[in-house]
Structure formats: C-alpha cells, structure tokens
Write a protein that binds this ligand. Sequence first.
Ligand code: NAD
Ligand code: MG
Length: 410
Amino acid sequence: MLTRSATVSRSCVPLPEPAATASQAGPRRISILGATGSIGESTLDIVRRNRDDYKVVALTANGNTEALARLAIEFDAEFAALGDADKYSELHAVLEGTSIQYGAGEEALDEAASINVDWTMAAIVGIAGLRPTIAAMNATNTIALANKECLVSAGSVFTRAMQDTCTTLIPVDSEHSAAFQAIDASGAENIETITLTASGGPFREWDAARIASATRAEALAHPKWSMGPKISIDSATLMNKGLEVIEAWHLFPVEPNQIDVVVHPQSTIHCLVSYRDGSVLAHLGAPDMRTPISFSLAWPRRMEVPVPRLNFAELGRLDFEPPDPERFPCLALARAALERGEAACTVLNAANEVAVQHFLDGGLTIDGIARVVEATLEAAEKNGTIATLNGIASVYAIDTQARAMAQALL
Ligand code: NAD
Ligand code: MG
C-alpha cells in the first residue's frame, strides 16, 4: 500500500524552475489606466488583497470623478487623472488638500501614464487608450494589455513602439492570456492552430429576427462574463471575437488561417493550442478576469486568487459548436479586414466603436452594427482611406476619417 510519505518528492520528471525575477526592494510600483472600469476594479480587487506587495502610483478614469477620487484616496495614489477636461473643478474639489496630485484632460492622462512604474494595466476602453498606453511605454517595464482596440487600430505601430521601448507586453484578454500560457517553448514552427473560444454571447440561441429586435438591456446581459458596456455589445455581435482574432495575430507567431474560433457556451476553456505532434494544450478556468489579470501581475510566477475553482464532476460536460456566420457577420468582417491589412483593421475598429455607441444610445438596432461596419469598410476602400499605417499620425488620420464615414452612414 502506498503511504503518503512514499508519494512525496517522487517526481522524476524535470519540473520547470520558476523563472528568476529581479530581486526587488519594497513593493512593485503599478499604475492602472481605466481604474474605474470592470478590468480596473478587478485589478484593484487583487491589489487590495496584497497591499504590501504593490504601491499604486497613478490611476485614471474618464468622467467618474467620485469613483476615481475614492480609489485614489483608498490606495493613496500619487496621481489621479480624468480624461474629461471639464471635470477638473470637480476633481479639484475632492482632492484638494490631500497628498494626491491630479489633473484632467488628455495631457493629464499622458502625465499619469508617464510616471515611472514597474507595471501598468492598460484598461481604457477603445482607441482612447492608445495615446496613454504609448505614453506608458517610456515609463513602465511591463504593460498588461486589456485594451484590445489599441492593438487592433494601431497594429504594428503599437508593437514596434513596444519593441523600441523594450517594454514587456503580457496579454490580459482571457483567451490571449490562455494562449500565452499554452504556447510551449518548442518553437513557433510546431504550432498548427490557436483556437479562441467564444461564449456565443446572449444571442447564441436566438434567431436573426429576434436578434434584430433585441433591447439594450438584453444585449448587455452577457451569460458568462461581467464586463463594461462596449465589450459586452461586441460579445453579443461576436465582433469581440473578430477583434480577438486580429489581436492574436499581432501577439503570436501564426498566420490568420491558423487562428480558429469555436463557440463554447460554458466559457471554461479559454483557448486551445494545437501542435504538429497532435497534442492540444488547453487553458481552463472559471470565467473571472481576476485570473488572467493576476497572471499578468505575478508573471513569471503565480499568486493566490479567490476565484471559484472548477469542479469537473459538477461541470459534467463541455460543449462546442461553430460560430454562425449568418447571424453573426461581424466575425467574418474582422477576418476580412485582417486579410486586407492593418489600415482596414483601423477602419473596422473605428466604425465598430461608432456603431456600438449608437446602439447603446438607442439610435441603431444591434444587427445594424455589422451593416455600418461593412459599409464603412466598403466606402473606405473606394475613397482610398485604407492606406498604409506608417506611424501613429496615420493611425489617427484613418481612425478620424473612418469615424466620419460611419457617422455619415448612420
Ligand atoms: P469599462 O467600460 O468597464 O471601463 C473602461 C475604463 O476606461 C473606465 O475606467 C473609463 O473611465 C475609462 N475610459 C473610457 N473612455 C475613456 C476615455 N475617452 N478617456 C479616458 N478613459 C476612458 O471597460 P472594461 O470592460 O473594463 O474594458 C476595458 C478594456 O479591456 C476594453 O478594451 C475591453 O475590450 C478589454 N477587456 C475587458 C474585459 C472584461 O472582462 N471587462 C475582458 C477582456 C478585455
Ligand atoms: Mg476575451
């Protein structure tokens, strides 16, 4: 009979050593861009449980003065910045007399992002996150990237800036965090496919007519994840998965046709990496963003996180189905933009941001989002907007033109 003592230390396979991290005196200095959002709050939840290990340096938000000030005071931040310049006097009223420095407007966001830290969470939603994230590259060692839109819009301009500043990028999007963990050290030539899973969103089982009449509340009611409004709508249209295909192409050494998508309603497997020897490495976990956020914070180690544990006997089964291109045309639009090139991805993202906001404001049905994006891509192709991305100015120029075209179509 095996006794417990007989089973200890019987590992005869080589276990990888935890990678050495630079020894560090005192807590790690961290900043959070988009601190009041869903990702920002989850990040601060982890920090709150590990107060001795992290010093919060800068926090940013857009217009929620009260929430930003509350967090800045709770975490004794050095700097708090609001994107909305008109809110300066509000922020002044609550932070005056504290030791916290503060500002409002684009320059204040850049200033917050430019304070030297060890780690920065990039969790502003949309292309609004691009400028501060690029500013952060000169001031941080590691960017934990939640904001997929800045990678989709700026593509190689963004990744080149990361390389030029020797900034480490750790993906936070759950599928990309999962892929990062499931890609082994055997070399890119061994990867056959990366399969991103999609929950299918709230309309997975709805017919097209019912989707077309969906309300804002129905579209925001994601069955598995609790997220901000923009990504929730992107998940309902499957544009989120399209943006993630583009994101995966920028992050990992694979061609577009090696990136698959499968609908997996339980959201238990986040990504699968298939190798040429027939092995498939999957990453599983509860659908809770604190797991990938903590991974990006602790990397190359791991930390204790109080997320629900998986119980496989209770789970019973895992289901998979192909995405339906008829009811969810956004995924194919994103793939087509990726094939067309980076500037088409900038146009896709801009048109989608405009259309999603219009849906949220009540001016468009949800199936109209794909139509606006498709028509904007067609118009941009015809009038020559889809040019080469050759620097950050070209990203903003194409983004601005695409937004104007999408607005005109609305
Ligand atoms: P959210 O809407 O909950 O929060 C967005 C944050 O950005 C807020 O702090 C808001 O104040 C700030 N912000 C918004 N517009 C701004 C502007 N113009 N200028 C400055 N700040 C601005 O969004 P979220 O769900 O936390 O998502 C953030 C990013 O992370 C998105 O790019 C999303 O795609 C990505 N992401 C989110 C999740 C998730 O579970 N929420 C998962 C994967 C990826
Ligand atoms: Mg995701």
